[in-house]
Ligand binder design. Structure first.
Ligand SMILES: Cc1cc2nc3c(=O)[nH]c(=O)nc-3n(C[C@H](O)[C@H](O)[C@H](O)COP(=O)(O)OP(=O)(O)OC[C@H]3O[C@@H](n4cnc5c(N)ncnc54)[C@H](O)[C@@H]3O)c2cc1C
Length: 453
């Protein structure tokens, strides 16, 4: 299931409203979850161990915030549905609302992808701006309390351990405290400790799959002429392991990230960074760096060893009163830009699960969310397995699909319709099987034949 076949958010679908929900983690997944929970619970509390000022900051708990954060279509749509006017706020804050068909140059498979026929809206902002605007909307609601500097140390359960009834927190000011809840949502990210908690309380733990890519990011900010709202994305194809992107954001800057997989990590000194950028398969990023002032010389680095998925949907026993969302369930190779949108789709599934009541909420939520995560995981991991060095379990049919996809990409260099459908799949708008529709197959085959004559 992707955006095209999930019903849109509709607050009127959730009618009953009672109890208290606690969300642990006030990053994007926690904020999305907190907002949809407020339709079904009288009070929602969103906790984070970091302080949460109304500022545009890269918090300690979200070290990836200094790097490019592309917001794909499900994230954009959910932010607009939950917080109408969000795009205008991005623009007011100096971010860019782009038509990606015309303004995002995507290089893949040895050439640039053709301009799509239709407009493809794309909100461009730094990750701290996305988080600040979202946090502000959540904080404005009387039925949601945001509590920063509040470290959750444990879940609390009833005597027989069947139901989670709250969380144990350490708060800078007040010391230790228990916060009672009718539902606890774990949105603590990739290092979530729910599996350990389940094990300690005699529950089965979710099977965890890792797909190793040994990736690293290096990122700088570069001054941008305000009238230049173009973005660039260079996706490597084997045997090339390096790529990069420059996204226009607020403050008249581009955030420029270069990355390398399978140990081919970009340096963090300015000369090395520039040299790495100039070795990419297309010159766009290198030109941005060469022709514009750097906004300071700090180069941020982020190593990302592996995508990780925890299969909560397969558990035959799980406590009542507990859910897990966002990176805590699945954290994807970031070069595909899916994390915030997967979290948004989790929240949309949670919304629909709540609309059907509270009974068996966890099972229904995990089942629904898994249908989407299967698609996102397949896109990420499938693409990663184009490289022989990728470690982990390769989904069945990956090699065949990858070969076909390389033909789609070849066709998309020239054919605007194929380019659009391909981009919609990358944006998590359409299911990858859309690329097998007769209208696309025919065009891909024609392009293939043309390449041989
Ligand atoms: C380098 C990099 C680049 C990325 N680029 C993109 C991109 O382009 N597009 C995209 O959509 N996604 C991207 N992502 C993924 C994206 O950052 C995440 O998917 C997104 O933030 C949602 O994650 P989350 O909210 O589940 O967890 P996180 O963002 O990891 O947040 C977890 C939160 O929980 C809090 N927390 C943890 N433990 C506790 C505790 N015990 N008590 C209280 N609070 C706690 C932390 O402080 C933090 O705020 C990228 C990731 C990386 C690593």
């Amino acid at each position: 299931m992707t955006l095209e076949n999930i019903s849109r958010y509709d607050p009127d679908r959730v009618t009953a409203r009672d109890g208290h929900a606690v969300v642990v983690g006030a990053s994007m997944a926690g904020l999305f979850a907190g907002r949809v929970l407020a339709d079904a619970f009288e009070q929602v509390t969103v906790l984070d161990r970091d302080p949460l000022p109304d500022e545009r900051i890269a918090r300690r708990g979200v070290p990836q915030a200094n790097h490019v954060h592309a917001l794909l279509e499900p994230g954009r749509v959910m932010l607009e549905d939950l917080f109408p006017g969000y795009g205008g706020e991005i623009r007011d804050a100096g971010g860019v609302v782009m038509n990606a068909s015309k303004k995002l140059d995507l290089y893949q498979g040895g050439d640039y992808i053709a301009e799509a026929e239709e407009e493809l809206p794309f909100y461009c902002a730094s990750r701290p701006l996305f988080e600040q605007l979202t946090r502000r909307h959540v904080a404005e609601r009387a039925d949601i309390a945001l509590r920063g500097a509040c470290h959750v140390t444990d879940f609390v359960a009833d005597d027989d351990g069947r139901t989670v009834t709250g969380v144990r927190v350490v708060d800078g000011d007040d010391g230790e405290e228990t916060i009672a809840a009718d539902l606890v949502v774990d949105a603590t990210g990739r290092t979530s400790r729910t599996p350990e908690w389940l094990e300690r309380h005699g529950y089965p733990t979710p099977e965890t799959e890792n797909v190793g890519v040994d990736l690293a990011y290096s990122t700088v900010a570069v001054d941008r002429p305000p009238e230049n709202e173009r973005g660039y994305l260079i996706v490597p194809s084997p045997p090339v392991t390096r790529g990069g992107t420059a996204v226009p954001v607020e403050g008249d800057r581009w955030i420029v990230t270069v990355f390398g997989r399978h140990g081919d990590h970009p340096p963090t000194d300015p000369e090395g960074f520039e040299e790495f950028a100039s070795s990419l398969p297309a010159p766009a990023i290198s030109e941005v760096l060469a022709h514009h002032e750097w906004d300071g010389d700090e180069i941020h680095r982020y190593p990302f060893p592996a995508s990780k998925r925890r299969y909560y949907e397969d558990l035959d026993r799980f406590p009542d009163g507990l859910l897990v969302t966002g990176d805590a369930v699945a954290s994807f190779n970031p070069i595909y830009g899916q994390g915030m949108s997967a979290a948004a789709l989790d929240a949309l599934h949670l919304h629909h699960a709540l609309a059907a009541g509270r009974e068996n909420l966890a099972t229904r939520f995990f089942d629904r969310a898994a249908d989407t995560l299967d698609v996102v995981w397949r896109i990420t991991v499938g693409s990663d397995f184009e490289y022989a060095e990728t470690e982990g379990k390769k989904p069945a049919g990956t090699d065949v699909f990858n070969r076909y996809l390389s033909w789609v990409v070849d066709a998309a260099h020239e054919d605007r319709y194929v380019a659009e459908q391909f981009t919609r799949v990358l944006r998590l708008e359409s299911h990858p099987t859309a690329l097998l529709a007769p209208g696309i197959l025919g065009r891909v085959a024609t392009a293939k034949v043309r390449a041989y004559v």
